[in-house]
Design a protein around this ligand. Structure first.
Ligand code: NAD
Length: 483
């Protein structure tokens, strides 16, 4: 008797809007291609939100995700307002899905694109950066959002990008940051990239400042292979890249974590197209291909992918990519899936055939923790809410206060120095940062608090403080513009 191949447990959610239709189509192709899946279905999205659960997911569903560790998810509709949380962000962050992987390849000349030779993969950091959504309004006129970047968070996603490149025989990994401005946060991401890159000597590596890098990606996407970047840049640029291939409706993505990984289309639930057998299932189908590769069924992914390429090549297109003169047959969701199933076993004749090498084991363990640096407190930035006053007046008042162990060295407004010797043309908001740097042997947390207390007692409205530190003697805080 032939051995029965073991099925991989997978959690599946059909989602909202066009979700159920594109999930049906996707699973139909996977099934016909011989995918070995043991599917457990959960409910997420609108119906769950409507039951009053602000997260959009039932507590019991977490158990299924933790057990199967693999989640194929159709798009959902997030209700507007009302304190409802984005389910995607909740699932990604709760289950530690640190890398978002989005391949973007054009299908020229079968899908209209201005970028016929594009074939790149964006690996986006998925948990950190400004996506903590830690925001505070501090004065009448100024709000802030905290950007947090960690060394292990950066290392995990960067290491994943190099391992992905190695597994897919990619020649180059490119990092985008803005570390000419954000020398601490983006600087850490870039520094970590340089350190990890040294361990992959066979893979070329390069770094671009994100603005000119993005311009180059849009102009000459064929210059890139695998790209890795912090969350916000990756969020924006992965949509740009998907659109450059001709349609955001074609791209899928993987959210990779140590404990659970989630696979999906990049588009939303397109409620206006729901229930009409119109939607293109290709985005979710591509998410499912990434899933098959992830669970070691690259053979099935290869066969399904090549049948899909052949279908596109044969001009069998859904409405969103249909073009007179290029497309041959306009089909609905179900008919598209049937066309792919009918081509299983075939390969594209002109487009490059998909090849899924047996997934090499990825080495994703983090480096052992480095010896902890020697950290020293050297001052404090105290932010005050003060409408209408002149910085010289603030400085004069502050310098009269009884402050021990530190002196006022600079006042900045939104990062630009305004005292001493401020420029009369600099605009001032009501949000001032007063920097106190120690002028004695030691400066403690208690000394920092004494400064805050003295300012408060003098009537200053203190809205925030930041400690100033050195690590192994190196300054670990930014200077104000003009300082
Ligand atoms: P959308 O991606 O749903 O739709 C944008 C446009 O693309 C629409 O014109 C739509 O008809 C078209 N489109 C999208 N997918 C298509 C497909 N497969 N085939 C053909 N056409 C397609 O974006 P939206 O309208 O801004 O959002 C709708 C809902 O989806 C919102 O509630 C939003 O919160 C949610 N959303 C969910 C996810 C997710 O679950 N991952 C992602 C993005 C948006």
């Amino acid at each position: 008797m032939a051995a029965v191949a073991t099925k991989t447990p997978v959690t599946v959610a059909y989602g909202d809007g066009i979700g159920p239709e594109i999930m049906d189509a996707t699973l139909r192709i996977l099934d016909a291609a011989g995918a070995r899946l043991d599917i457990e279905r959960i409910e997420i999205g609108e119906s769950v939100y409507n039951r009053g659960l602000q997260s959009g997911i039932e507590p019991s569903s977490w158990e299924a995700l933790r057990r199967t560790k693999v989640f194929l998810k159709a798009p959902i509709t997030t209700p507007q307002g009302g304190g409802f949380k984005s389910l995607n962000v909740t699932v990604r962050k709760t289950l530690g899905m640190y890398a978002n992987v989005r391949p973007c390849a054009s299908l020229h000349p079968y899908v209209a694109t201005k970028n016929p030779n594009m074939d790149l993969v964006i690996v986006r950091e998925n948990e950190e950066d400004v996506y903590g959504g830690i925001e505070h309004r501090q004065t009448q006129d100024v709000v802030q959002c905290l950007k947090l970047i960690s060394r292990p968070g950066s290392e995990r996603v960067i290491r994943y990008a190099f391992e992905y490149a190695r597994a897919h025989a990619s020649k180059k990994v490119t990092c985008f940051t803005k570390d000419n401005i954000m020398k601490q946060t983006d600087g850490l991401f870039h520094e970590t990239f340089d350190e990890i890159a040294k361990q992959y000597s066979e893979i070329e590596n390069e770094h671009w400042i994100v603005d000119i890098g993005a311009a180059k990606m849009v102009d000459t996407p064929e210059a890139f292979d695998v790209l890795v970047m912090p969350n916000l840049y990756g969020d924006v640029l992965s949509d740009v890249a998907a659109q450059m291939t001709g349609s955001v409706g074609l791209a899928g993505s993987a959210n990779i974590g140590d404990h659970c990984s989630m696979f999906e289309a990049i588009h939303g639930s397109a409620p206006r197209r729901a229930g009409q057998n119109l939607a293109n299932p290709s985005g979710l189908f591509h998410g499912a291909l990434l899933m098959l590769s992830h669970i070691g069924q690259g053979d099935v992914a290869e066969s399904a992918h090549n049948a899909w390429l052949r279908t596109i090549e044969d001009g069998v297109h859904t409405y969103d990519i249909f073009e007179e003169g290029v497309s041959k047959q306009k089909v609905g969701t179900r008919e598209f899936a049937a066309a792919v199933v009918a081509r299983l076993g075939q390969e594209p004749q002109h487009l490059k055939a998909a090849r899924y090498a047996k997934q090499a084991e990825m080495h994703l363990a983090l480096r052992p923790e480095r010896t902890r640096s020697h950290k020293e407190r050297v001052g404090i930035d105290v932010f005050i809410d003060a409408p209408g006053a002149h910085p010289d007046t603030h400085a004069a008042q502050i310098r009269r206060l009884p402050i021990n162990g530190a002196k006022l060295t600079v006042i900045a407004n939104r990062g630009t120095k305004v005292w001493p010797h401020g420029d009369p043309d600099t605009f001032w908001s009501d949000h001032w940062s007063c920097r106190f740097e120690c002028d004695s042997e030691s400066f403690s947390g208690k000394d920092a608090m004494q400064i805050v207390g003295a300012l408060d007692a003098a009537g200053f409205d203190v809205v925030k403080t930041e400690g100033l530190f050195t690590f192994d003697g190196a300054r670990a805080f930014s200077l104000a513009q003009g300082q």
